[in-house]
Design a protein around this ligand. Structure first.
Ligand code: SF4
Length: 422
């Protein structure tokens, strides 16, 4: 979501005539887009804000802006801590910065508000629902990004059409809880419906979506993934923990068995699906047995990828108020390493299964003839290729695999047909 916000702000700023520079020292405007989902992320933002402060002394008219989830209800405290910051913006509230730049540059800001004018990448993000209504006990997001608010299908289709006209081939539909899209809109609108509408946009090659919640991933949504050619067979379905008591304390709203049933249902309806998940290690009160249950889910489901994070207390969350039984740091670290080691082996084994297969890859970048793209299953694929392939879907025969990516060589269509026929 932050990447999507940054892309949109960057487009708006380029409409104001601003260009990217490599070093902060040479910038007239410095924007930090902050994430507070974990303590380490927040620490990095604070570190950068402190490190960059002397640049304001060197050039007082340089504009400093802090945006994103760090900007919450206590902005006055941020003002005090970082007096060199001129503008504080909550997520998706770009106006204060746009206004200030327009004022300084003495230009009309209206022109820059068509934030899609700049040329986007081959693959880009489109937020379809903002905020979250779930209030998991560990999570700060509902307090910072607010309650769920869906964008209208008409607006989204129009945006998809504009993006395609500007060269986009793949769109990732974004939401903190993307599966609850449409529940606040009138009519029978949900994610499956939106998939169909967006899939009808001519020239768009692929649709992805992030992030799902097991309770809101309906059979209709899963069926749409299976039936619509443009929707890629990859689902990120956060489990967060494998033990019922930890899931209860996290207020996730499902049990271990219900989660596993959902995985079965997905695999039944979308046979070639690849699955990833998010896990929090060391949540308040997590015992060795609880952690082993998480490990057990990881081993039994065999996800393609696991995004693991060590739990950190987030002031303002329910967990911060309610629980004080934090797991010691060294125990959290050991569990994290154990989980990562197990998952690395599983990812490597799953990827080995792609050896000698032919993958449909959307080429996203080429640097020095080193092309990179993603398969429908969200595998990163490296191969040799030329610049003119960017934005094309090519067939790549996999010749080397590892836990994090695949490598291969482009095969021509003729060769592919021969392979299939033989
Ligand atoms: S569903 Fe996701 S974004 Fe919403 S509160 Fe839970 S963890 Fe946070």
């Amino acid at each position: 979501m932050n990447m999507a916000d940054s892309e949109r702000l960057e487009s708006a700023m380029s409409q104001l005539g601003l260009k990217n520079v490599v070093d902060a020292e040479n910038a007239d405007v410095i924007v930090l887009n902050s994430c507070v989902v974990r303590q380490s992320a927040e620490d990095r933002v604070v570190g950068n804000l402190t490190r960059l402060a002397p640049l304001k002394v060197d050039k007082p008219d340089r504009i400093f802006a802090l945006m994103g989830c760090m900007v919450g209800p206590k902005t006055h405290e941020l003002h005090k801590a970082f007096p060199h910051v001129d503008v504080f913006m909550r997520p998706q509230e770009f106006d204060p910065l746009i206004d200030l730049i327009s004022e300084r540059k003495n230009i009309d800001k209206e022109g820059c508000l068509s934030i899609l004018e700049a040329k986007p990448a081959v693959s880009t993000y489109v937020p379809i629902i903002h905020g979250c209504d779930k209030f998991c006990t560990f999570c700060i997001i509902p307090y910072r990004r607010g309650r769920e608010k869906s964008r209208s299908p008409e607006e989204l289709v129009k945006e998809a059409e504009m993006l395609v006209q500007r060269g986009v081939k793949e769109i990732t539909l974004l939401g903190q809880n993307v599966d609850s899209y449409g529940h606040d809109l009138e009519g029978d609108i949900e994610l499956g419906f939106l998939f169909k509408e967006i899939a009808a946009v001519e020239g768009l090659k692929r649709i992805r979506f992030l992030t799902s919640h097991p309770n809101d991933m309906s059979e209709n949504i899963i069926g749409s993934i299976a039936s619509l050619e443009k929707v890629c067979e990859h689902i990120n379905l956060p489990v967060q923990a494998g033990s019922d008591s930890v899931l209860y304390n996290m207020r996730r709203g499902y049990t271990r068995d219900q989660y596993l049933d959902k995985i079965d249902q997905i695999r039944r309806l979308v046979p070639n699906v690849s699955l990833s998940t998010d896990v929090i290690v060391g949540f308040c009160g997590e015992s060795d047995e609880d952690f082993n249950e998480t490990l057990d889910i990881i081993k039994s489901v065999r996800f393609d990828k696991v995004h693991a994070a060590v739990y950190s207390n987030r002031p303002g969350t329910i967990a911060a108020r309610k629980f004080d039984n934090d797991v010691p740091d060294d125990v959290k670290k050991d569990r994290f390493i154990t989980l990562e080691t197990v998952q690395k082996q599983i990812s490597a084994e799953i990827n080995e299964g792609y050896m000698n297969s032919i993958q449909e890859v959307l080429v996203e970048s080429v640097d020095n003839r080193k092309a990179k793209g993603r398969s429908r299953n969200d595998k990163i694929v490296h191969f040799e290729g030329s610049q003119n392939l960017i934005g094309e879907i090519v067939q790549v025969k996999i010749s080397k695999t590892g836990p994090w990516s695949l490598q291969g060589n482009i095969v021509s269509k003729a060769k592919l047909l021969l392979t299939v026929e033989s």
